[in-house]
Design a protein around this ligand. Structure first.
Ligand SMILES: [Zn+2]
Length: 179
């Protein structure tokens, strides 16, 4: 806004604010990534800092309050905080994961739909899916069995799910993860 008394336009960021913001961002970036373990053997990056609430999300102190570390990871990637009414969801389902490639924003409705799709009633992991290295979701196992019953070859199924044929064979013969 242009101030007619001083002749200055205080809607523009002042030099002081720009510098302060810059230092603050550098501090956040350093503080944040020092608590991340990228060497997990998966694409997921593990948050090793404190936790936020009791639901398995990482927590990060920023501007006087605790935030979900996945929301901060999203902010560092996009340059601003996600809108308050938007959730930051995980494509990988690992709540402790802060790899920005695994994060997307969605509404609460999207999230409940996503949970319902994955067969999770209260957004908790199903036992067989809990391990980060677990490639196939229970839903995939069901789909594999369905495809097999519908006459698809094991080779075709293996190709679709990017797994080896012997895994398909074990699933179809019921030696692995009965669902
Ligand atoms: Zn992940």
């Amino acid at each position: 806004m242009y101030n007619t008394q001083t002749g200055s336009d205080n809607s523009l960021p002042t030099f002081h604010n720009v510098i302060r913001g810059d230092i603050m961002n550098k501090d956040i970036i350093k503080r944040f990534w020092s608590k991340v373990n990228k060497d997990t053997g998966t694409d997921c990056w593990e948050w090793t800092g404190g936790h936020y609430g009791l639901h398995g999300y990482g927590g990060f102190w920023h501007e006087g309050r605790n935030h979900g570390s996945h929301r901060i990871a999203w902010m560092l990637e996009h340059g601003h905080m996600p809108p308050d009414d938007m959730l930051v969801c995980h494509t990988c389902d690992i709540r402790n994961c802060v790899n920005p490639d695994h994060l997307f924003t969605g509404t609460h409705a999207d999230n409940s739909r996503d949970c319902a799709d994955k067969g999770r009633s209260k957004c908790t992991f199903k036992k067989n899916e809990a391990h980060p290295n677990c490639k196939l979701k229970d839903q995939d196992v069901k789909k594999i069995k369905f495809m097999r019953d519908s006459g698809a070859t094991q080779a075709a199924i293996a190709q679709q799910f990017k797994i080896v044929q012997s895994t398909v064979s074990r699933i179809c013969n019921g030696n692995r993860r009965g669902v």
